[in-house]
Every structure is written in structure tokens, then in C-alpha cells.
Design a protein around this ligand. Structure first.
Ligand code: SF4
Length: 262
């Protein structure tokens, strides 16, 4: 793609936003949290390295047994681990949930704080989680939460080439006027799940096809495996390596180390 001026990139980025608004006018957080910022905070904390659907399966029991920050702060870690076991990393997540609730009770009077600085002090809460809690829980838009979907879409659209989520967020904040920041996370997550998927994105039917520099270049179909334990034939391996090299060259986002989690 020829070098694009910042003005042209902004123009294209605004067209992306307009089309996202048309296609996903009511995009919202897929995590269930009953409108409660505390439940949202814990649900986002739990969603690291797992799917929102997986989190939504375990949180009903968590809220039933520990409905308030005070209840969770006093919870037995082994019981919380039992509830969280299906979503993986349950030891760390259970410990962080309880510590997070303890800090909310002990330092913030039982209410989830409303600022980045305070939210990021909570155990298990990073910048992305703080962004989501502020935006979705309190309607405060201070940034754009960059998760794995937003990161991938931003890179395929060539709106960022940063290798880290925080830098990708900064790129997006510079390109988009503030009034556009709010819906980006939820819309791009839906778009990343339904259209611009990590593997085999639907370029042919994509509503951004005419303004996407990665149209038709982002295919990342995994190599076909032969029977378990067998290496592919030499010729197949060579072809596969060539395809892989081509795909990597066309898709810098997925080459980046430390790609963000959900
Ligand atoms: S054209 Fe393809 S790579 Fe570009 S945004 Fe659409 S699905 Fe993603």
C-alpha cells in the first residue's frame, strides 16, 4: 500500500466508524453484569485468556454465593476456585477476585472507583479492564480498550502498526476524535468475531473491503496436519512454509509478541 497521509488515514478511519455504526448500532458488552460496576469489574478480570461466553457460565453462581464486594472479600479462596475452575487460570483469578473485592471494601468504601489511577490499583485490573469499567460501567470515556479483536482489526486496517496494545490505543486516540472513542471497543469486538476473524476473515463479504489495505491478504488458515505425530511430506511442508511466510508478511499484527488477550 502506498504511504498514506494522516489526513487520508483519518478520512478512512471515520468511514470505518460510520460503517461500524450502521452495522453494529447497538453493540454492547457481551459479559453479563446486571448493570453493576462491581460485577463488571470482576467479569472483565475473569475474561483474560478466556471467552466472554465462558465467563458468563460461571458468574451466575459466583454472584449467587457472593452478591456484594463485602461477600466476595470474605470468601474462602477454595470455594471461589471451585466456581472458576472451568475458565482456566482459576487459582490466580480466584485470588485476584478476592483481593480486588477486599481493596474495594477496604479502600473505596465498597464502591468501584471511577478513575484510571484508582482502578489500575485493584489486583487483576489492568489498563484495558479499567477502560472497559469506566466506559461500560460508568459511561466515562477516557480511552479505547484494546483487546485481541481491536488490536487485530486496527492492524489489518493499518490504523496502527504498534506492537503493544497500549501503543495501539494511543494510535487510535490520535486518529479518532474523542466523540468516536466510546463505541469502538464493543463494535470492533463484534466485527472481529463475526467478520474479521483471526483465521479466515470474510474479506469477500466484508463491508470495509473497499477501504481495507489487508483485503484478501489476511488469511491465516492453519497448516493441515497429517495423522498425529507424523510430519507432513517434504513437498507439503515446503509449500506450507511458503504460504506461511506470505501470510506473515501480509499480517504484521499477528507476528507481534505479547498480543493482547480478550
Ligand atoms: S477486508 Fe478482510 S482483512 Fe479487511 S477488515 Fe474486512 S475482513 Fe478484515
Amino acid at each position: 500500500m502506498p504511504r498514506e497521509s494522516l489526513a487520508k488515514k483519518r478520512e478512512r478511519a471515520l468511514a470505518v466508524a460510520e460503517r461500524m455504526n450502521e452495522h453494529f448500532p447497538a453493540a454492547e458488552c457481551a459479559l453479563h453484569f446486571d448493570g453493576d460496576p462491581f460485577r463488571l469489574t470482576i467479569a472483565v478480570l475473569l475474561s483474560a485468556q478466556t471467552t466472554d461466553a465462558g465467563v458468563n457460565k460461571v458468574t451466575p453462581e459466583l454472584w449467587e454465593r457472593y452478591p456484594t464486594p463485602a461477600d466476595l472479600a470474605a470468601a474462602d479462596v477454595s470455594d471461589v476456585e471451585r466456581i472458576l475452575r472451568p475458565i482456566g487460570f482459576f487459582h490466580t483469578k480466584a485470588a485476584n477476585c478476592i483481593k480486588c473485592a477486599q481493596m474495594i471494601v477496604g479502600e473505596f468504601g465498597g464502591e468501584v472507583p471511577h478513575t484510571f489511577e484508582e482502578l489500575e490499583r485493584l489486583p487483576g485490573v489492568g489498563h484495558k479492564t479499567a477502560n472497559i469499567v469506566l466506559n461500560t460501567g460508568f459511561g466515562i470515556v477516557e480511552g479505547i480498550a484494546v483487546d485481541t479483536h481491536v488490536f487485530r482489526v486496527a492492524h489489518r486496517l493499518k490504523l496502527s502498526n504498534a506492537t503493544q496494545p497500549l501503543d495501539t490505543e494511543q494510535d487510535l486516540l490520535k486518529i479518532y476524535p474523542r466523540e468516536y472513542w466510546g463505541p469502538i471497543n464493543h463494535q470492533w469486538v463484534l466485527f472481529g468475531r463475526q467478520v474479521c476473524t483471526a483465521r479466515n476473515p470474510s474479506c469477500e463479504t466484508c463491508f470495509l473491503a473497499d477501504i481495507c489495505p489487508s483485503f484478501g491478504k489476511a488469511e491465516t488458515t492453519p497448516k493441515k496436519r497429517t495423522a498425529k505425530g507424523k510430519k507432513p511430506a517434504k513437498k507439503t511442508a515446503k509449500k506450507s512454509a511458503a504460504r506461511s511466510k506470505k501470510a506473515s508478511a501480509a499480517k504484521p499484527a499477528d507476528k507481534a509478541k505479547n498480543t493482547p488477550t480478550q
